[in-house]
Design a protein around this ligand. Structure first.
Ligand code: GLN
Length: 191
C-alpha cells in the first residue's frame, strides 16, 4: 500500500486525508520531521500559505521537507500548497518563502478575495472534467518549464490551474473539497 503524507500544520488536512484514503493509500499526518520516514508522496493542503510557511519553520520541518522534496519525494500542493511550491510569489509577506520547485509566478488571491470564491468545471488532461473549487485561489500569472494539465479562463485570459514538473504537482483549486478523486488519483498513480 502506498504511504502518503499530508502536511498537517494548518489548512484542510482532513479533507485531503479522506481523498487519499479514498484512493486506497495509507495516510500519515506529517507534523514533525520523523513523520516523513517511509513516505511515497506528500500533499501540502490549502489553507494560509503565510501560516504554513511559518509553522514549517517552527516545527523543524522546513529543512527536512526541503531535503525530501529535492530528493524527489512526489508532492501535490493545492491552493496555499501551490504557493508553497512556486518559485515566485506576488502579494506575499515580505519574509514569506517557498520551496521553489515549480517554475511559476503566483499571484496570491489572484482570482479575488473570499467573497469572490467560485466553483467551475475544469478539464484535466488524462482525467476529464472535475469540479474546480476556487477559494482565495492563487493565479499562475507566469510559467516556464512546467507541464500544464489544466487551464481556466476567468474571462481575462487563459491561465494554468494544474501544473507539474517531475515529481512536483501544483493546483490552484481544491480537489479535496469535492467527492471527485480525479486529481488525487492522477497524483497517487504517478508513483
Ligand atoms: N490565499 C491563501 C494563501 O495565500 C490560499 C487560499 C487557500 O488555500 N484556499 O495562502
Amino acid at each position: 500500500m502506498k504511504r502518503v503524507g499530508v502536511l498537517a500544520l494548518q489548512g484542510d488536512v482532513r479533507e485531503h486525508a479522506s481523498a487519499l484514503a479514498g484512493c486506497g493509500t495509507e495516510v500519515v499526518y506529517v507534523r514533525t520531521p520523523s513523520d516523513l520516514a517511509g513516505l511515497d508522496g506528500i500533499v501540502i493542503p490549502g489553507g494560509e500559505s503565510t501560516t504554513i510557511a511559518y509553522l514549517l519553520g517552527t516545527s523543524g520541518l522546513r529543512s527536512s521537507l526541503t531535503g525530501a522534496l529535492t530528493d524527489g519525494l512526489p508532492v501535490l500542493g493545492t491552493c496555499a500548497g501551490l504557493i508553497m511550491l512556486s518559485s515566485t510569489m506576488v502579494g506575499g509577506r515580505e519574509d514569506q518563502w517557498s520551496f521553489g520547485l515549480l517554475d511559476i509566478t503566483v499571484q496570491r488571491n489572484g482570482y479575488g478575495r473570499q467573497i469572490a470564491s467560485f466553483e467551475t468545471p475544469i478539464e484535466v488532461e488524462g482525467v476529464g472534467v472535475v469540479p474546480g473549487v476556487f477559494i482565495r485561489a492563487p493565479r499562475i500569472t507566469q510559467w516556464g518549464d512546467v507541464q500544464v494539465l489544466a487551464t481556466y479562463d476567468r474571462g481575462d485570459g487563459v491561465h494554468p490551474v494544474l501544473v507539474r514538473h517531475g515529481s512536483a504537482w501544483g493546483c490552484s483549486f481544491h480537489p479535496e473539497l469535492t467527492t471527485n478523486l480525479g486529481v488525487h488519483e492522477l497524483f497517487t498513480s504517478s508513483f
